[in-house]
Design a protein around this ligand. Structure first.
Ligand SMILES: [Zn+2]
Length: 218
């Protein structure tokens, strides 16, 4: 039986690396698959923090994933699997199309994505995946908040201050280093505290070397 599996984790939890690894392993076994991504910065490639990348189908909001998979299946004679990176950005109806690919084409779908936005709410695509997936798996790489607790939330910082409002999608400008994303435990995501309190009673200035550049949209 084919399955729709949703693997979720925070930023920096290696989801893209897992996605590329699964695609590589299945292809090595001679299986027919499609790698899908969205809003990736390097045009039709899935890239991981470890620097591996592979050609991918760019999933725009209007793409019918079922029709796309059907066309690939008839062209290649078969379709065994889809690997979908950045699936939190897919439209809810596209997640429904992934379920049809599993049920009607018999192909496995391995979707990867973030659970919550920097505002602390489920992404639309993620909500639909949690509703429809056969399997829900947390990607665990023991990412940590600055306090040492396990990181479960993504914080957006503007000029070193955590923000909870703003556009969900920000255009990545490599010259704009005001926006950064960091991982937090729930307590410090809620409090917005960016570092340990010193003896002077003030949180220290956040050094830029600690901040992840704003390459990912949360
Ligand atoms: Zn913390």
């Amino acid at each position: 039986m084919a399955v729709l599996r949703f693997s979720f984790g925070t930023m920096g939890s290696g989801k893209s690396t897992f996605a590329l690894q699964i695609h590589h392993n299945l292809r090595q076994r001679g299986l027919q698959g499609i790698l899908c991504s969205q809003l990736d910065r390097s045009d039709g490639k899935v890239s991981s923090a470890l620097g591996v990348s592979a050609d991918a189908v760019e999933v725009g909001p209007k793409l019918d994933l079922f029709e796309m998979a059907l066309a690939v299946a008839s062209r290649r004679g078969s379709l065994d699997y889809l690997v979908c990176d950045e699936a939190q950005f897919y439209r809810p109806e596209q997640i429904g199309q992934l379920a049809r690919i599993v049920d009607e084409l018999g192909a496995d779908v391995f979707a990867f994505g973030l659970l919550t936005t920097f505002q602390g709410e489920l992404f639309e695509g993620t909500r639909r995946l949690l509703e429809l997936a056969d399997e829900r798996v947390e990607v665990q790489v023991e990412a940590r908040c600055w306090c040492g607790s396990r990181a479960t939330h993504n914080a957006r910082l503007v000029d070193g201050v955590q923000v909870y409002d703003g556009e969900l999608f920000v255009v990545d400008d490599p010259n704009d280093d005001r926006v950064a994303y960091e991982l937090r435990c729930r307590r410090h995501w809620l409090s917005g505290q960016v570092g340990p309190v010193t003896s002077q009673g003030e949180a220290p200035e956040r050094s830029d070397s600690e901040a992840e550049p704003a390459r990912q949209v949360v």
